[in-house]
Design a protein around this ligand. Structure first.
Ligand code: SF4
Length: 793
């Protein structure tokens, strides 16, 4: 922690990025993006009366937000009175400051929100009604211990599930502690994948053998062309400072093209060209680009011959019948006999063929080029295909393993760092896809790999007890809210549900026992950057926990005591000693790492490197000694493993465009003519912040509709409209804007589901409209795949 007089703070010179007053952020960019500066800051600051001496605590955010930044909590009288961000080191290209976005900067509105949960409660109405009665912590923990014992004894560990939750991604979050306790108690059913990245996490390794396909972002300064495929880091952050590095690339001469149904804030600020595309059709575009590149002989044939399997017939694995190569598919020489021409793709994607041809030629000839995939396009019916289509295009153009190129796919930074974790010994090996827990509730016993199960042949029990700690994926952020609610309301299926939360969210309403959680400003933790960045942060506690809210380690230790496991669980350590243990374990593998005291004081440890990192550089420069981590040791355009699955229509061995259910080619469009997606934006972290007024000022909850579609329905900007399909109805204001392409509407994701007595969601949660229909390979969510209609009122 740092003590300083705020007089000094007011006099600080803000060299590159100054505080961005929200009201002036017409394009919505945060201070973190570095794209706008307001000269008024100095005048505004100097007009403030000098404040009393205050304590400044260097801390961070711990939610799963896309970034990880340094925050400075200004504390007076045990109260956070202001939140600023890192401004006390030189802000250089090599080490840019880790500046926070408007979400954490507005956190006081959440920290001191009047509706914070204040004490433990038990359900007194029907499950999901949201009726609760205050109880003591003792009663809450006795009840949870009793139910855990009963369900473990009666059904075994496969009946107990730890739900995915993005509310707290710290090293010592409640989820970590509860997982440790359940592991010690006999085990639990765990998950793989995530709601954000299921398809790309699963599909990318089929090409490269890893998800770590990203170079360090300073590489983009060497790119001649950067294609943002469904990617909006200006709002989603996607690694703190990503927009800054894109800006540097643009300044260095890169042309930036954004392919997206929405003209996003990133496109507005950075793109030279916006190419609107129909959702679910990205693979069709990429196939047609491949067609142009191949037919004009622009591919890097030497690269393909040397490093890849399955581009052409001569490089298929032994025993594969003729016509299965990627080239044959693109040229129409495989089963479908359809050449993937720009004209073919124009009909599918809505992109003029001339635009496709120009982009393909540019990507093939303006090397190095970076085709960077966002996560939106892979949250589609066949999201795995767009992931692999992108990786193949990067291979086709030799843009892998080179400075300024980009391998596409997941894109996690290949240069990673070891930071120790709390030991979670789980004797149970059973795992399900993060999206498939409703199936485990309905029909878990006997459920096997055909329904996402890994680690065991079949589950031995239906899911009966769930812990949902710090997350809203149970109802709000899953899919088909109405269907999910019906499932959870049946107490004969899921028998007991424990929720820990800060607010009465849509998911919290379904709790049997509802616990009041502490807030990220009320606890210490260690937090890692998200996807990119060579640093780790210590999140210092700024203020005391309020009311009866408790830290996870604290109450789960008491629960461990009731289960006879306190000594094993705690190993005699306090939370502070556990954090010290993590720092010491981290230091063992990182010589020169800070001591615990230093780390707490500085709050950030930065690894230093003389060079930028380039994913797969070794594999390209010295392939003999550095094979790709795939079965063949090469880039697998054709995957023998996928071929052997023998589900080629939905899981082809080479990436293909597969028509989506509820896509633009679905006959259901006669009834529901509009494709509906749910974009992430600056206003929320998933559903976090939905109840804060300051953030509503920054971005209202409105359905985006193009002027063309609005005129056809006589909609007026700002009026209340109804968006509906067979799964549900939402009601919210309409934003009529040319920033979304005709035929597509978008409901910003994350609003809290608020059904009225007729079941109409009055807040506008996209997942009232989405479908519980896992993708075929990853069993991930396809929640950008929806057909809807809109009407007035
Ligand atoms: S929400 Fe995430 S990206 Fe924004 S300031 Fe907080 S940690 Fe950084």
């Amino acid at each position: 922690m740092i003590e300083m007089n705020t007089d000094i703070l007011w006099k600080t010179q803000y060299s590159r990025r100054r505080f961005l007053k929200l009201g002036a952020a017409t394009l919505g960019f945060s201070a973190a993006s570095g794209l706008f500066e307001l000269d008024s800051f100095g005048a505004w600051a100097s007009a403030q009366a000098p404040m009393a001496r205050e304590r400044i605590v260097r801390t961070s955010g711990s939610h799963n937000c896309g970034g990880r930044c340094i925050l400075q909590a200004h504390v007076r009288d045990n109260r956070v009175v202001r939140i600023t961000t890192e401004d006390d080191i030189p802000d250089t290209d090599k080490t840019p400051q880790l500046r926070g976005c408007l979400r954490c900067r507005s956190y006081r509105d959440r920290l001191y929100h009047p509706e914070r949960l204040k004490y433990p409660m038990k359900r007194v109405g029907k499950r999901g009604e949201g009726k609760f009665e205050q109880i003591t912590w003792d009663e809450a923990l006795d009840t949870i211990a009793g139910q855990t014992k009963r369900i473990m004894d009666q059904y075994g560990p496969d009946a107990i599930y730890m739900q995915y939750a993005p509310g707290n991604a710290g090293r010592v979050s409640e989820r970590v502690w509860m997982s440790r306790l359940l592991g010690l108690y006999g085990g639990f059913l765990s998950y793989y994948g995530s709601y954000s990245t299921a398809a790309t996490q699963m599909a990318t390794p089929y090409t490269f053998g890893t998800t770590a396909t990203g170079s360090s972002r300073d590489n983009w300064a060497h790119s001649k062309l950067i294609i943002l495929l469904g990617w909006n880091p200006g709002e989603t952050i996607h690694g703190t400072n990503t927009a800054y590095y894109l800006k540097k690339a643009k300044q260095a001469g890169a042309r930036i093209v954004s392919i997206d149904p929405i003209y996003s804030d990133t496109s507005v600020a950075l793109a030279d060209q916006w190419i609107p595309i129909r959702p679910t059709t990205d693979s069709s575009l990429l196939d047609a680009m491949a067609y142009v590149i191949i037919t004009e002989n622009l591919q890097d044939q030497a690269f393909l011959d040397k490093y890849c399997v399955g581009f052409d017939e001569a490089h298929l694995p032994p025993g594969i019948p003729a016509g299965q190569s990627f080239k044959s598919y693109i040229l129409g020489e495989s089963e479908d006999q359809t050449a993937k021409t720009p004209a073919w793709a124009e009909a599918v994607t809505g992109i003029p063929r001339e635009t496709i041809i120009k982009l393909a030629r540019e990507y093939a000839t303006q090397r190095p080029g970076a085709l960077i995939q966002g996560y939106g396009p892979q949250r589609h019916a066949y999201g795995e295909q767009v992931v692999r289509s992108g990786t193949v295009l990067a291979a086709l153009t030799g843009n892998i393993g080179v400075k300024g190129g980009w391998a596409s796919g997941t894109g996690y930074q290949a240069r990673s760092h070891f930071v120790a974790a709390i030991p979670v010994p789980n004797p149970s090996k059973a795992r399900i896809s993060v999206f498939c827990w409703p199936d485990a509730i309905k029909r878990g016993t006997g459920m096997g790999p055909e329904a996402s199960v890994k680690g065991v042949k079949q589950l031995s029990a239906n899911l009966k007890l769930m812990f949902n700690l710090g997350g809203n994926c149970l109802v709000n952020q899953h899919a088909d809210n109405n269907g999910t609610a019906r499932l959870l309301q049946d107490e004969s299926l899921l028998e007991f549900l424990v929720v820990s939360e800060q607010f009465l969210t849509a998911s919290a309403k379904f709790a049997d026992i509802l616990l009041p959680a502490d807030n990220m400003y009320e606890r210490d933790d260690i937090v890692m950057p998200w996807g990119y960045g060579d640093y780790v942060l210590f999140m210092n506690k700024a203020v005391d926990t309020v009311f009866e809210c408790r830290n996870g380690y604290d109450w789960i230790s008491d629960l461990a005591d009731r289960l006879g496991l306190k000594d094993k669980f705690t190993e005699g350590r306090t939370i502070d000693q556990w954090l010290r243990y993590l720092v010491e374990e981290t230091a063992k593998k990182n010589p020169g790492f800070y001591s615990y005291e230093e780390f707490k004081e500085k709050s950030v440890y930065r690894w230093q490197y003389p060079e930028s990192s380039i994913a797969f550089q070794k594999q390209i420069e010295d392939p003999g000694n550095n094979p790709f981590p795939t079965p063949s040791g090469k880039i697998e355009i054709f995957s023998q493993r996928l071929w052997d699955m023998n589900q080629l229509q939905e899981i082809p061995a080479i990436p293909k465009y597969v028509k989506a259910w509820e896509g633009p080619e679905d006959p259901l469009r006669a009834k529901y003519p509009l494709q509906c997606i749910g974009h992430h934006y600056k206003r929320r972290v998933h559903s976090i912040f939905d109840n804060t007024g300051w953030m509503e000022e920054a971005g209202a909850q409105e359905v985006w509709v193009s002027p063309v579609d609005a005129a056809q329905r006589d909609l007026q900007n700002g009026e209340l409209v109804t968006v509906y399909n067979d799964r549900g109805v939402i009601s919210l204001p309409v934003k009529i804007t040319p920033r979304i392409m005709p035929g597509v509407v978008s409901v910003p994701q994350g609003a809290w589901w608020t059904p009225d007595e007729q079941g109409v969601d009055r807040r506008g949660c996209i997942n009232t409209l989405t479908k519980y229909h896992p993708t075929p390979l990853a069993f991930g969510n396809a929640t950008h795949t929806n057909l809807v209609q809109i009407s007035k009122g």
